[in-house]
Design a protein around this ligand. Structure first.
Ligand SMILES: [Fe+2]
Ligand SMILES: [Fe+2]
Length: 250
């Protein structure tokens, strides 16, 4: 925690670890406790979602001086081993969220983190709809339902300030640099709706958009940060999370 009471949130996504990448991040993580109060991993932790690759992630990001909170990305689902990947990470001391949450105490602050992989679907004016073929309905419904479940978990957190952790983006601003044609596969406005429906959300962190931009804002004013490693170009970024003041009930 900083002297003015801000929580220091380190975050990175899309580290895509396998045996060849092992060791790339660890040297920068050894003194993380001096710089941050937690580390968030925004999905795509592995290359193809195998248990062996997850062991590389656990080796690289386990046993740090700060709590490590992760969600999985689409790559971590590729080999249909997401349950095993999750178990390997948790055995390594990493908390893995999926439409679930955790609360960390930092000084006097209770910091609530809700996480989901999320899904695509697109943004206002250019999004998929639950209409027509069953395949299109299934695609669109998956994103909406995940966002709705995530929104309930986020809103119900008992804490002083909330963080939303997703793999897919809640806003189009942080996709800037990606081809417009693939925006519907990179994020969903349903995630932003879920974030804006909760109170005291101080930060939304996502990955997935390797060619996107770091900074954006939800329509409700929550800062959004795309922490995909190819975007931030370092082992992690650190964001200051100040207490979010909400108006007292009338
Ligand atoms: Fe990725
Ligand atoms: Fe991804």
């Amino acid at each position: 925690m900083t002297s003015d009471g801000s929580v220091r949130v380190a975050a990175v996504g899309d580290v895509h670890l396998d045996a060849d990448v092992l060791g790339r991040y660890r040297p920068a993580l050894e003194h993380l406790g001096d710089k941050a109060d937690m580390l968030l991993l925004a999905g795509d932790l592995t290359r193809h979602g195998t248990a062996d690759e997850a062991r590389c992630v656990a080796q690289e990001f386990g046993g740090l001086a700060v709590p490590v909170i992760a969600i999985l990305g689409n790559h971590d689902y590729h080999c249909d081993q997401e349950a095993e990947v999750t178990k390997v990470l948790e055995d390594g001391g990493i908390t893995v969220l999926e439409c679930s949450s955790t609360v960390l105490r930092v000084g006097d602050m209770r910091v609530g983190i809700a996480g989901t992989k999320g899904f695509g679907g697109g943004f206002a004016g250019a999004c998929a709809s639950e209409f027509g073929e069953p395949e299109m309905k299934t695609f669109t419904r998956h994103g909406r339902e995940l966002a709705e479940r995530f929104g309930v978990v986020l809103a119900e957190l008992d804490c002083d300030v909330r963080i939303a952790l997703t793999h897919y983006s809640p806003v189009p601003e942080t996709l800037l640099g990606e081809p417009l044609e693939i925006y519907p596969f990179l994020g969903s406005y349903h995630l932003a709706q879920a974030i804006d429906a909760a109170t005291a959300v101080g930060l939304a962190v996502h990955g997935h958009a390797h060619a996107g931009s770091e900074r954006g804002t939800t329509p409700g004013g929550v800062p959004v940060r795309n922490v995909a490693h190819p975007v931030i170009k370092q082992a992690y970024n650190v964001y200051q999370l100040a207490p979010v003041l909400t108006p007292a009930p009338a």
